[in-house]
Design a protein around this ligand. Structure first.
Ligand SMILES: Cc1cc2nc3c(=O)[nH]c(=O)nc-3n(C[C@H](O)[C@H](O)[C@H](O)COP(=O)(O)OP(=O)(O)OC[C@H]3O[C@@H](n4cnc5c(N)ncnc54)[C@H](O)[C@@H]3O)c2cc1C
Length: 431
């Protein structure tokens, strides 16, 4: 099934019809925006274009998703938050638009686009709803990438074709007693002939309510420590898999977060993803990339909140003036806008480094750390700028404020990001 975005971006079919009018030049570059397509940059003879330069495909993707988020997602956001439930229509439309298999090869029904496009998609979705952004983020930056990089031909055929069209995946590393210290996990996988028996439990598993497949990190040889950790593909209908009651959370309420119980689950040897004992490497590698996705989520969230609050300050009148016109307000707004811009540059730079095959781990940590801080500052300030109404559910800023807190916690807490950065900095000064 060809989705609209696949038709939009298919490398073979550049001339085919584009479903959305925004999939055209012109609308992309308003004069006030620093954005530029790679083609425009080349035409101007710019050899080193600014970071906010997009390929034609990236620009179209971003604009198309912006429109999609406004039209197909925004109407559901408040209800989904209130009910703590992702609307199945939203998930269906993400698949229909090709947003759940952005980098998956079209051979498997994917959109065949790039990591940077995934980052732009996550940013645009998070402007409207961070819960939907994290669903898309985990699917694209963790699950699909693991299958693409490590899967056998049979595993790719079976799972990538579903992950791009109708199946959500979950990444299962954390346990009740192993969070930041993830590789002290206790879940065991014991080999019996050509299958494994998995026992243990997982905590905080995003998207578990909807997932059809779980990538479970379990230790096949605890005496080898973290070198026993192996990645297993566990289907939702596996006997012995229980998905617990979802957490009642402060924010990201539409995103399901559940514990899992793994009770004598029989998994065939062919469901090992990658090599035995390499699970810890895969988890580290994926989370390094995934952090750029979380940075994009926090960046989009901050921008989305700012976009809600600033127009209010331009309309609200006190002391006979727009509140935007008070210098004290202007300075705060300009300060926050600068922080968001810096967050965007850190995020895009980390994504471009990763895509270029250059070292990016320190930069990914910086991006995740900084964007989380900026999202916290922005959402807090936006509530203040709106006064009493900002504190109510009549406006969406209070939701952004609740949703942003997770940025400092998952895929490595802020302390863990800072410690990783410090390790790199320390090495840089070795002589
Ligand atoms: C909404 C949500 C969704 C999640 N989704 C997933 C998922 O899909 N899959 C998955 O596997 N996990 C998921 N997680 C788990 C998440 O990655 C962990 O919560 C996170 O790694 C932190 O672990 P912890 O909660 O056990 O906190 P802890 O590790 O107990 O940390 C508590 C505090 O101690 C600090 N700390 C710990 N160790 C150090 C140290 N060495 N130096 C300095 N400070 C330290 C931390 O920074 C933090 O401030 C999710 C969590 C949440 C809340």
């Amino acid at each position: 099934m060809a989705s609209p975005l696949i038709r939009c971006f298919s490398k073979i079919g550049r001339q085919v019809s584009r479903p959305w009018s925004v999939c055209q030049h012109g609308l992309r570059n308003r004069s006030t925006q620093p954005d530029m397509s790679a083609e425009q940059a080349a035409a101007l003879g710019v050899t080193y274009p600014p970071l906010q330069t997009y390929s034609e495909e990236e620009g179209m993707m971003r604009d198309a998703v912006k429109k999609f988020a406004q039209e197909r997602l925004a109407p559901f956001v408040s209800k989904m938050d209130e009910n703590s439930l992702m609307d199945p229509e939203v998930i269906k439309s993400l698949f229909e638009q090709g947003l759940m298999g952005i980098e998956i090869d079209p051979e498997y029904g994917g959109t065949g686009s790039t990591f940077f496009s995934s980052i732009l998609v996550i940013e645009e979705l998070a402007k409207v709803d961070a819960s939907v952004a994290v669903l898309c983020d985990i699917q694209n930056t963790l699950i699909n990438t693991l299958f693409t990089k490590l899967g056998t031909a049979a595993q790719k055929e079976r799972y990538l074709s579903r992950l791009s069209t109708d199946m959500v995946g979950s990444f299962c590393l954390s346990e009740a007693e192993s969070g930041s210290d993830a590789f002290s996990l206790k879940t065991r996988a014991d080999k019996h002939g050509d299958y494994y028996i998995i026992n243990g439990s997982k905590m905080w598993i995003s998207n578990a309510e909807q997932a059809g497949v779980f990538l479970v990190m379990a230790n096949v040889d605890p005496s080898a420590g973290h070198r026993g950790i192996t990645c297993f593909i566990v289907d939702r209908d596996a006997e012995g898999l229980q998905i617990g009651k979802k957490e009642n959370k402060l924010g990201l309420r539409a995103s399901s977060t559940c514990p899992l119980n793994l009770d004598n689950i029989k998994v065939p040897g062919k469901n090992v993803l990658g090599q035995i004992g390499h699970g810890y490497k895969y988890a580290i590698g994926m989370l390094n990339e995934g952090r750029i996705g979380i940075a994009a989520q926090m960046l989009g969230l901050a921008q989305g909140c700012f976009d809600q609050a600033v127009p209010y300050t331009r309309q609200r009148v006190q002391f006979g003036k727009r509140i935007f016109d008070f210098q004290a307000m202007q300075h705060q707004i300009a300060h926050v806008a600068t922080q968001i811009e810096a967050a965007r540059l850190l995020t895009y730079n980390a994504a471009r480094l990763k895509e270029a095959g250059r070292p990016f781990i320190k930069e990914a940590c910086m991006a995740k750390y900084f964007t989380s801080e900026v999202a916290t500052l922005t959402t807090s300030k936006c509530i203040e700028w709106m006064g009493g109404v900002g504190f109510t559910k009549d406006y969406p800023v209070e939701k952004y404020y609740r949703d942003c807190k997770i940025g400092t916690i998952y895929e490595g807490t802020t302390n863990i990001q800072l410690s990783t950065m410090a390790k790199f900095i320390d090495k840089e000064y070795d002589h």
